[in-house]
Write a protein that binds this ligand. Sequence first.
Ligand SMILES: [Zn+2]
Ligand SMILES: [Zn+2]
Length: 456
Amino acid sequence: MNDNQIKIQFLGGAGTVTGSKTLLTTDQHSLMVDCGLFQGLKNLRLKNWSELPIEESSVNDVILTHAHLDHSGYLPLLVRNGFSGKIHCTQATKKLAELILFDSAHIQEEDAEKANRLHYTAHKPAKPLYTTNDVEACLGLFEVHNYGEWIILNKDFKFVLHNAGHIAGSAWTEIRSYGRKIVFSGDLGRSKPQLLLPAHRCEEADYLVIESTYGRREHEKEDPKAELEKIINTTFQNGGNVLIPAFAVERTQEILHYLGELLVEGKIPKKKIYIDSPMAISATEIFMDFDFRRPIEKEILEILSKLVHGIRDGGASKRNVESDEQKIVIAGSGMLSGGRILNYLERHVGDSSCSIVLTGFQAEGTRGRQLLNGMPELKFFGKYHRVFANIHLLKNMSAHADQKELLLWIKRMSKKPKRIFINHGEPVSADSLRVKIQDELGIICEIAEENKDYIC
Ligand SMILES: [Zn+2]
Ligand SMILES: [Zn+2]
């Protein structure tokens, strides 16, 4: 590296949504922004097992924009492979990352154990990608900061975090190096998030790295709350239960808030609501402690505190599945790939009076997607189950800015970046956003490519 040059390398999240890891290097220091896991289809997941093309021990610091696994999930491996610097993030991100990373390690340990027990592994013995011990070690390196607080890392890098309005604790970051302003959007929230405060405005940037999850399209206009009201009333009139598979972080809190509003407005009956997920209960507590959200009305909090019951204990969960009480259940996992929701499905998926309400994007290959596709049978617990329950999808529940909202965030800058890199999106989404930015803003814009060196 020459003096005053900064090299940007995308080690993940390029040409795909997951695995975000970007390295900034000067002649003396290096800084990683996000350190996520590849998720989804098998060829992507296999990438988590390949070595990074860098020396982990040479990375001085990591900035973690938010807790989602596609941004945080590789951290335990980075640490195991030699990284010993600090991982910088907000307080809420640290707390949520702790939940998410332990959950991830548990799932991997269980999967490896199951593969060994049932002998369906080509690798003998099957090993988890990382363990709870690795997570423990990585959490020891976290250092938390407030939004708006400048942190000097070394002579080459300083940075600040600002609210991104995506999930609790989420941030976009501005990095200063050799007088240049490099902004990473992280994952950007909607212009008007349901519960969080909207993303802080970015004043200016020389270089911008922006996500493109929804770079190709605009969100639907449907009102999820009205849809939920209809589903709940019809289901209760038919004598059924409402089962809501939901992600623990953010989506569960959003659903709870809709339910609270509907209850206060007298639009749905006052039946009990169960959050059958230790992770969702903890995530809700973290959310309530987070300052950068809209205030929740007293009436909503009161009615929810009467009707919502959290279930942590496994035995209590089993009893709740068996009880005949008419109820609303929120449980993980959000795409039905595992978790306690499957116990409820085992009892109710064949019941035509019940409703299953999917609450977000359902990836290819998941049971959630199979239900949406109208599959007559669903396989879980080693058996096929006939599907007679009513399947619904709440539209317009995304935590990501859509194309218009991403553009708006850039348009509102008083000084536009001279170069933009697009990451965190499928190729078609990234390219649509690229064309749009070039057409509407006239800024040089390129789609981030993995392991290519970009010099700034
Ligand atoms: Zn995210
Ligand atoms: Zn993401």
